[in-house]
Structures are given as C-alpha cells and as structure tokens.
Design a binder for this molecule. Structure first.
Ligand code: PLP
Length: 458
C-alpha cells in the first residue's frame, strides 16, 4: 500500500495500469472505478493486524455491495457483516459461505430471520429484548437454534459525525449496557437461542483510538462478568468504524494506525481470564477496506463564473455521491490530465441536480479546469455507489473494476427505459400512445375501423 492505485503516469491519472481517460471514453461518465489491488492490499493489511488471534474479518458490505467487490474480498477469506436479508442474499450470491455471515441491524423482520436461519448463518447480532423474543419464537417454530451475540450499547462517544455515531445511549443501536446482563439471562432461558457472545459498534469514520479503548474495555469487562456468573461467551464482535483519510491536503482527522486500533482489541482480550485465549473475535470493517479503492470519474460540463463564485458543473451529482451534502464530507479530487503548473483556483464543484445542496465540493482550490475536462473524485469506494439514487431521473452510474492493465464493467449503466419500466400505470389510466398516434380516434373513425376489421375477419 505504499503507492495509491490512482496515480499519474505520462501525465494521465491511472487506475492501476489503466488510464482513466480511456475508461471514460469506453464507459462514459459519470462512472465508478475500483482497484482490485487496493481492495486486496487493504484486506491483507487489516487481517494481518490481528495475526495470532482467532479472528474473522467480516466485511461490512453496506459500504459497497457490488458482487465483484464482495467476491474479491471473499476470495481472500473475508466473511461479511450484513444488515438486511437483501445484503445476505448479495453475500451468498457472491460466494460467501453462510458460516461466515453475521446479521446485524436493529429491525430484523420475521421473514429476514427465517431466511437467515434457513441459510445457517454464523451469528445474529441481537439489538433488543423484543428482537430476542421474536428470534426465539421463529427459531423454535422452525426447529432451529439461532446463534446469538448481544449487541451492547457501551455509551461511548465515538467523536464522529452525529449521523454515523452509534455508541451513545441516546442512539437507537444496541442494548443499553446497564440492561445487557438481564437480557443475557433471558437469552439463556429462551428456547431456540444459543447465546455465544457480545458485539459492539460505536460508529463510522472513527478517527480517534480512545473511544475504541473505552468501548472495547467495557465489552471485555462485561464478558468477564457474565462468564463468571455462569455464561459461556466465546465470541466478541468488535464491529467496524475505523476511519480513513479524506482530506489529504491537511491530513486532518487522520485515523489511528491499524496497529493502534488492533491494540484496543488486544487490550479488551487481556481483560478476560487467560488473556482471552479461546475467544473468537469478529471484526466488521467496511469503509477502511473499500474507500481508498474507489473513485467517481466525472466530466466537467461547463465552467461557469458568477460575481460571487466560480462553479465547475460536472456530470456527477448528489444522486451519485451523497456524502458531501449529507455529511459535509470532504473528498479529494484531481484532474485526470496532470496539471502542468501548481496554480489553483477556488471553485464549487456542483452537479446538474436541481438542488442547491447538490455539490461535491465547496470553495475547493483545484487546478484550473475547462469544459470537457475529466475529474476523479477520490476515496469514494465506500458509501458511494451504494447510496446512489436515480433522483432527477438520472440512471445509476456504472461500476468498473480494474485489475492491473485489464478492467471490466461490474455493473452496467442503468438505462432510462429500465427506470421507467419499474413504474406501472393504474387500470384507470390508458398508456400513452407513441408520438404521432396519441390523438384518441373520434367515435365515427373508430366505428369505421371496427367495421373494416369485422369485414376482413368475415
Ligand atoms: N458494523 C455495523 C453494525 C455497522 O453499522 C457498520 C456501519 O455503520 C459497520 C460495521 C461498518 O462501519 P465502517 O464502514 O465505518 O467500518
């Protein structure tokens, strides 16, 4: 991981060995471009940080659920963390064995529980007492036993964006740590439930290691307390959330190094009898594995100057990448043609969607751009394509995966026809006729047509 997969070569930004201008020409813009080498390097580095432990890295596929991305990580041994039956189906379709699937999420429905029980997943992360009771009923009815970890809310501030902080007791996630012992006791009395462990996830884009130390220590202590009270918890799921560097220029909000993060996990294990030997651990990173592996490639449609601002109007928009407007997120960006000089101008990079909130960057110093230039919006592999919508009837952009000097379309561009085709007219609205034939015939004309038709048949 010494050199990013996206780098200038001969004056052109490349994804691994493929020039991005060629991809833009072949696949059109906007499009997502992912690097296999980065995906693989990130997975190996992450898994390597937990060497010596009985650890399963379960990629949190909400970050990027493209089949090719899941399969790339799955081939290296990754399991997955899913939050819906749809994600579980995506994982199974990409070849992840059920025995490596963790089902998290606060609102699992009965139907989703049935699907996951039938698939035989590794673990349900249960987030409330009513969920536990429903899972018990569903499992019993199907004569199955549900392997369960209780997701505990440790009441720790992850110091991240409010919309992605999950570890405070005001947040909807997990079982309040004060209530966890009672729910654990209940779990042992309910039929169809096998309580195996505890889980925790304090938030996403976490850039400070202290909240991890605090949360993991609480989970370690709780596991020790429960086990000394007669439980047999053998698995701890430490969730995900490790942040990445978005603002390369200032390097502000740099996340802890992997070793430091892994140190918080090892610290929690050290609080268990035997130093945690015999405890299986699950890690559920999403963003850390895939963010750096992807870019959103876009083309400048117009450069526009007002009296207050200069705008780069590009063909990607908030419907493609919603993070800047939803989370005030900063994404680094570079022109595909390497700038000849270091000069910059301050621009708002905006899309064509009819919302003032449709921007990809505000007041950003960028090398001078011209109409038609290509721009790579970087660190966009996580929570990018998965959060896209077709707002303004903009079809979903294609996804491409690069491997060395080859590449493949791993999701084609959606067509407007397929978007329209999702809709249905109610029976009281007649379908529109193709152009030129959209005038309803008069009664006289239609009578004549009918008679002609009858005559022909007769
Ligand atoms: N695990 C759970 C339960 C989550 O909700 C999330 C995301 O919010 C993750 C793992 C992955 O988080 P991240 O992509 O920040 O690593």
């Amino acid at each position: 991981m010494t050199r990013t997969a996206f780098h200038y070569r001969n004056g052109v930004l490349h994804a691994e060995d493929v020039p991005l201008d060629r991809l833009a020409e072949k696949a059109g813009t906007p499009c997502w471009v992912y690097s296999s080498a980065t995906l693989e390097a990130r997975y190996r580095a992450f898994a390597g940080a937990f060497a010596g432990l009985d650890a399963l890295v379960c990629y949190s596929l909400k970050a990027n659920s493209n089949q090719a991305v899941i399969a790339t990580l799955g081939r290296l041994g990754a399991g997955v963390d899913v939050v819906s039956a749809g994600e579980m189906q995506r994982a199974l379709a990409a070849g992840i064995p059920a025995s490596k699937i963790v089902f998290a999420g606060i609102g699992k429905t009965e139907d989703e529980m049935v699907q996951a029980l039938d698939a035989g997943i590794l673990q349900f992360n249960v987030e409330s007492e009513p969920e536990l009771r429903l899972l018990s009923r569903v499992a019993t009815k199907r004569r199955k036993t549900a392997p369960v970890s209780l997701r505990v809310n440790p009441d720790v501030d992850a110091r991240t964006h409010a919309k992605i902080a999950t570890g405070k007791k005001e947040n909807k996630f997990g079982i309040d740590i004060a209530q966890a012992p009672a729910v654990a006791k209940l779990a042992t009395t309910l039929p169809g439930i096998a309580l195996q462990g505890l889980a925790v996830h304090i938030g996403s884009q976490v850039t400070d290691v202290d909240p991890y130390h605090a949360a993991f220590a609480r989970i370690g202590d709780l596991a020790r307390e429960l086990n000394s009270g007669g439980h047999r918890l053998t698995r701890l799921d430490f969730g995900g959330g490790l942040g990445v560097v978005y603002d390369r220029a200032s390097n502000s909000g740099a996340p802890p190094a992997l070793d430091s993060y892994a140190g918080a996990v090892r610290g929690a294990l050290a609080r268990l009898p035997n130093g945690g030997r015999g405890t299986e651990i699950v890690l559920a990173p999403g963003r850390w594995l895939v963010a750096e592996a992807g870019i959103l490639l876009t083309r400048v449609v117009y450069m526009k100057s007002g009296t207050a601002k200069r705008f780069a109007i590009v063909d990607a928009a908030m419907n493609d990448l919603i993070r800047p407007t939803l989370y005030e997120a900063h994404h680094p960006m570079r022109p595909v043609t390497e700038p000849a000089s270091p000069g910059t101008e301050i621009v708002d990079v905006v899309g064509p969607v009819c919302e003032t909130g449709d921007f990809l960057a505000l007041d950003r110093p960028l090398p001078p751009l011209r109409d038609g230039d290509l721009l790579a919006i970087e660190v966009a592999g996580a929570y990018g394509a998965v959060m896209s919508s077709s707002y303004n009837a903009r079809p979903l952009a294609p996804e491409l995966l690069v491997r060395g000097d080859t590449w493949a379309v791993v999701r084609p561009r959606q067509t407007v026809e397929s978007l329209i085709g999702l809709d249905r007219l109610p029976p009281w609205i007649k379908p529109a006729r193709p152009k030129g034939r959209n005038r309803a015939p008069t009664k006289k004309v239609s009578r004549q047509r009918n008679n002609k038709h009858r005559r022909r048949k007769g």
